[in-house]
Design a protein around this ligand. Structure first.
Ligand code: SF4
Ligand code: SF4
Length: 420
């Protein structure tokens, strides 16, 4: 027997946490059973060995674990490919003007036309959907609610199509919430409503309505809107309001208030999303919070708050294949002007093909054949044999994932979680 190469040991006082990067499980062991570098095999009895083997903490002496990695990734890829992800940019225009928005300097504002929506449905209807079980729509802007009629049309058309083909329909609706009406909300099912949320102390620091004097009024109105949505949301458990906290060097000090405020809405089903605000050349707001400090703050401060508010952790160490939507078969993004892209992380390019030029989904797979595979992990000898492969999930087309051998954040995370 030998220890799996995907196990790491984390010191915790006089004990050690043995952490399994494949599935995120950890086992606390005293110095009798591990020296922090490996298990002390002579001290493990037969039942402990059997349990450790079952949980893939230990493997046979001759097992190089390549077959395990390949099977695991193949199964996950099959599972991933059962969902068709379609990101639709409804418009590039917005009723707010956030200082951190990457679209802030765009002078050309576009809205999706009904012809483009028709072409989208024409293309989907001509496609073989038999191997999908679900369609996930991600509606984005600008602010999609500037065109509620189009949002409703797209949603209802997809509902009809999914019903006819026995597919589940799920929706992610990205909105600033100012224009989202109870009437629309009550139509939605299996929907995550992604809402950026500002705590009272941050009224003036980040988000600025076009007429800056109105900022406070707009945010107060949003609070009233959320109160109005509460009964509707509580009546439909498949919907979830996800409050996004765009962290920066100022507002991280107000995080406890953020948790307190969102809890006060008394929603039965809500979650949080936390991101470190990215700086773009064109944005007016500059965030001085480094990613390293963000991670430290998240582990030290946000994890305990999530625990005390009984909320799902918004960021966990990855223990699997990359969830990159761009890699999934058929999945694509439709820009508001009708061009086809891979996903939200890849910039707009006027040379991209128009939806009218594509006959069906398999042509999207041909167009992006380099990206539409997860084999890059198991066919690349560097990744296939890499001890970090479950934490990293492999490279991504947007280049977000680069080899990192820094295990310190993971160790801090596991230690903090074990204390909660
Ligand atoms: S990981 Fe990158 S390429 Fe993949 S879906 Fe996310 S942004 Fe797109
Ligand atoms: S990209 Fe680098 S860290 Fe990630 S699995 Fe491949 S070799 Fe390992």
């Amino acid at each position: 027997m030998k220890t799996s190469k995907f196990i790491t040991f984390i010191k915790d006082g006089n004990n050690f946490l043995s952490y399994n990067t494949i599935n995120g499980n950890s086992i606390r062991l005293g110095a009798t059973y591990t020296d922090g570098k490996d298990f002390l095999y002579p001290n493990l009895d037969a039942s402990m060995l059997a349990q450790l083997e079952k949980m893939h903490f230990i493997v046979d002496d001759h097992d190089d674990e390549q077959a395990f990695v390949r099977n695991r990734f193949q199964n996950m890829q099959n599972q991933f490919d059962e969902t068709l992800y379609i990101t639709i940019e409804i418009t590039t225009a917005c009723n707010l003007s956030c200082g951190f928005c990457y679209q802030s300097d765009w002078d050309k504002r576009t809205c999706i036309t009904s012809q483009t929506v028709d072409s989208l449905f024409g293309m989907i209807q001509k496609s073989d959907l038999s191997h999908y079980r679900e369609i996930n729509l991600d509606l984005i802007g600008g602010e999609p609610m500037l065109h509620q009629d189009i949002v409703v049309t797209i949603y209802e058309k997809f509902q009809e199509l999914c019903e006819a083909q026995s597919l589940k329909l799920s929706l992610k609706l990205n909105t600033n919430g100012c224009l989202l009406t109870p009437a629309l909300l009550s139509k939605l099912r299996h929907t995550d409503i992604m809402l950026p949320y500002l705590v009272s102390q941050d009224y003036d620091s980040l988000i600025t309505f076009r007429n800056k004097k109105n900022t406070k009024k707009v945010i107060e109105q949003l609070r009233e809107n959320i109160k109005e949505w509460t009964d509707i949301l509580n009546a439909e458990p498949t919907n979830c309001l996800i409050f996004r906290f765009n962290a920066n060097h100022n507002n991280i000090h107000h995080i406890a208030n953020f948790f307190h405020e969102i809890a006060s809405y008394k929603l039965e089903n809500y979650q949080i999303e936390i991101v470190n605000t990215k700086n773009y050349e064109q944005t007016t707001f500059v965030n001085h919070l480094s990613d390293k400090d963000f991670t430290h703050w998240y582990i030290e401060t946000v994890l305990p708050l999530c625990h005390s508010h009984k909320l799902k952790l918004p960021i966990k160490p990855r223990n699997a294949l990359s969830r990159c939507k761009g890699r999934r078969m058929g999945s694509f993004k439709l820009f508001a002007d009708g061009r086809i892209g891979l996903c939200n992380g890849i910039n707009y390019n006027p040379a991209l093909p128009l939806i009218t030029q594509l006959g069906n989904l398999s042509e999207i797979n041909t167009l992006y054949r380099e990206e539409k595979t997860y084999n890059y992990v198991i066919d690349n000898p560097k990744c296939a044999t890499c001890k970090m492969v479950f934490l990293c999930g492999g490279d991504s087309p947007c280049g977000h994932t680069k080899c990192s051998t820094d295990l310190e954040p993971l160790k801090k995370f596991v230690l903090m979680k074990s204390k909660l």
